[in-house]
Design a protein around this ligand. Structure first.
Ligand SMILES: [Zn+2]
Ligand SMILES: [Zn+2]
Length: 326
């Protein structure tokens, strides 16, 4: 069977959502052009931006870095855009294992493009490792999921680092599956507020947060896996064991089942989330400053300080972040 686009090469990938059989070259181009379209349509990158690509070590972030560097080196991104890459080592056994196996690949890729790559640790940023926090929380009988701890702290780390390094955007590897799960999750939890914020980053700056962009948000996880495989991007995927008790995990399989009967279901959910956020308009502006650390908070005390307090490390955290204050 020949590729329906170029009519020359042999088809290698069936794109169920559009019913097209594509050769590898047309498939790569399809993914890259979709990423570029997403960046342009959602105005993710502006001239002069310094975009820092967050490399978690998983295939999504590696494909993101690969595609961003490819678009950038071909001059397809707005002019005067700078690119850097970074990883955050949370300091729990699985964060290290996953990252170490790919560090060489990332270093080499960045060097080839003359782009800076650095690894930062929770320990240097916050004074403690994620594992210390887990133990603190567990020993006090506090029920906060490990994924929440890492997620909340990673976001804070990105904001501190952006301020320190002059990054104007942080790009993450979230894909269409992640976005569909987020929308579905918020519907299942009845969380209308969170749906209102879905995909909004335009008001981040005035709140002192670095805008986070997701250029892969219209690319399915399966497409990312195929793209990675045929581009020689390392695929060794060691999943963090804490993910199995994360409610999102079962939703992932549920969505995959629905997709078999309804090939566009993930995109439908994503676009539903986008449109509902647009229609509901402005996110509630009830933001204030955390009583302890002075960062943006939804309540009196920010989520980060709440976690550190419950784990018994608030003082150490406040001490270590004083160097980021300006
Ligand atoms: Zn083709
Ligand atoms: Zn705080």
């Amino acid at each position: 069977m020949e590729c329906v686009r170029c009519r020359r090469e042999r088809a290698a990938y069936y794109k169920a959502s559009s019913g097209e059989a594509l050769c590898l070259r047309c498939f790569f181009r399809d993914v890259e052009e979709r990423v570029l379209r997403t960046i342009r349509e959602e105005r993710m990158v502006a001239p002069g931006d310094h975009v820092a690509v967050a490399v978690s070590g998983g295939k999504d972030s590696l494909v993101l870095l690969h595609v961003m560097l490819r678009l950038w080196s071909r001059g397809r991104l707005p002019r005067d855009v700078r690119i850097s890459a970074f990883s955050i080592n949370e300091g729990q056994p699985y964060s290290c294992v996953v990252r170490m196996s790919r560090a060489d690949y990332v270093r080499e890729l960045c060097e080839r493009h003359g782009v800076e790559y650095r690894v930062y640790t929770f320990e240097e940023l916050f004074g403690v490792r994620a594992m210390d926090l887990f133990h603190g929380l567990w020993s006090r009988g506090e029920d906060i999921h490990a994924c929440t701890v890492c997620g909340v702290l990673r976001r804070r780390a990105m904001n501190l680092l952006a301020r320190r390094n002059g990054w104007t955007k942080v790009a993450t590897g979230h894909n269409l599956d992640d976005e569909a799960q987020t929308v579905m999750m918020n519907v299942l939890m009845g969380n209308l507020d969170r749906l209102t914020w879905f995909g909004r980053y335009d008001d981040a700056e005035e709140k002192g947060l670095v805008p986070r962009i997701k250029p892969l948000r219209k690319v399915r996880e399966e497409e990312i896996a195929v793209y990675a495989y045929y581009n020689g991007i390392p695929m060794m995927e060691q999943e963090c064991p804490f993910v199995y008790t994360n409610p999102r995990y079962s939703l992932k399989f549920e969505l995959a089942r629905w997709e078999r009967r309804m090939p566009t279901v993930k995109y439908n959910l994503y676009s539903f989330g986008r449109r509902i956020a647009e229609r509901l308009g402005e996110a509630p502006a009830a933001y204030r400053r955390c009583r302890h650390c002075g960062e943006i908070a939804a309540r009196d005390i920010c989520k980060v300080c709440e976690i550190f307090q419950k784990a018994g490390y608030l003082d150490r955290y406040l001490q270590s972040i004083t160097i980021y204050k300006h």
